[in-house]
Write a protein that binds this ligand. Sequence first.
Ligand code: 5AD
Ligand code: SF4
Length: 458
Amino acid sequence: MSKPDQYNVEIPSNEVKDSNIKYFTTYTYGCQMNHHDSERLAGQLKSIGYEYTESLEDASFILINTCCVRESAEKKIYGKIGELKNLKVSNPNLIIAIAGCMAQKDKEKLFKKAPHIDLIIGTHNVHQLVEIVKEFEESKDRVLAVWDQAERLAPDVPTIRRGKISAWVPIMYGCNNFCTYCIVPYVRGRERSRPLHDIIEEIYQLGLDGFKEITLLGQNVNSYGNDTKEYGDFADLLKAVDQVETIERVRYMTSHPRDINDKVIDTILNSKKICDHFHLPVQSGSDTILKMMNRGYTTDYYRELVRKIRKAIPHASLTTDIIVGFPGETDELFQETLEFLKEIRFDASYTFLYSKRSGTPAATMADQVPLVVKKERLQKLMDVQNDISLEINQQFTDTVVTVIVEGPSQRDENRLMGRTTTNKIVLWDKQGTEEVGQLANIKITTAQTWILKGKLID
Ligand code: 5AD
Ligand code: SF4
């Protein structure tokens, strides 16, 4: 079963749990933008007196923030919504809210599929949660809050954060790219850039609140500023963020390979704080498929981009997303992706089975690939990538890397976790001298496919 989101707030222990207090919990699926939306939804609930709990049974408000980028996510979420039915039977006052991309896509259809839902909140309505809850409490009737279009600038709302060290800051919303497989432009609307001074102010304040690392979020961060000439472009934004003295590191997600330019690479090279990690989703290593995906670049263009990045910043890490089984992907075209992976040698690839999303152009394309074939290809791709990731990570054995101490590892309280600027996850046995948020030097002793393990050195 999926886990509730964790927030950086005090959780009342069972003894002090007060029956007069209303508790809420949230579950989030999908990308970091969705996780950040949950932080804004949770912050609004807290502002009207709800306290956070990890326990479904104690909650009188349960929010599921949904993703619809692949069918597998939707299935999981419907399973989760189904599980809540019994809770509603035993507690008729329980409020169940569905937010996010599935809410935006399916709207009132969700009420039909799951009559125990009370609130449906679209992606453009996140900032309205307080009003929505008020309306529900007054009318005692279900509320559907799904605007078809976003306001240019949604107002700021109270936010509670998931972590203490690393925070997400949205810089733009929506996407204009319409890659033919992707539902995102339909559920997140057109590109809207956030004002530069709002972004800088939020980051400055996060630094004062103790955060060390910021991840700038957007579906396509490199288009920052394209919708208005007021704020400069993405490179100008990076330059400004690099100057914020209260924080130490800056990451950003996600870049479109077509839009990342020399100015951005140059800015990163000359910056103090922008991390030397490039996540550049290539999606396929076949020009035929890239064209059908409407990605707007060729493999040669991508090769040249990687060459430029590696020339400018040789130690930079490079990760990617790849979709296998896009309609029309033959064995030969898939082989081109495998070869491309071997040629580029990404540090890591996030690999996905193509999932048909109704309403997108690819859903009705000829030659859909059978699931068994997609799964075989995914396995082949992962085998090749895992070997490469391990080989790259092995080069770190016996070297010393610097990480920000983020806290205990998920599996073991006595092990600490931190990340390098290149986004490698590093684990080591806790020595007791480390402090969360501080830099630590770790000598790597063991390299694995996804993580590095080592020892703290003074
Ligand atoms: N099927 C499979 N993967 C998809 N992605 C987006 N849409 C789909 C889809 N229909 C992947 C892309 C994107 C990542 C976030 O999700 O690789 O980069
Ligand atoms: Fe989807 Fe393409 Fe936009 Fe990314 S750039 S969100 S894959 S349409």
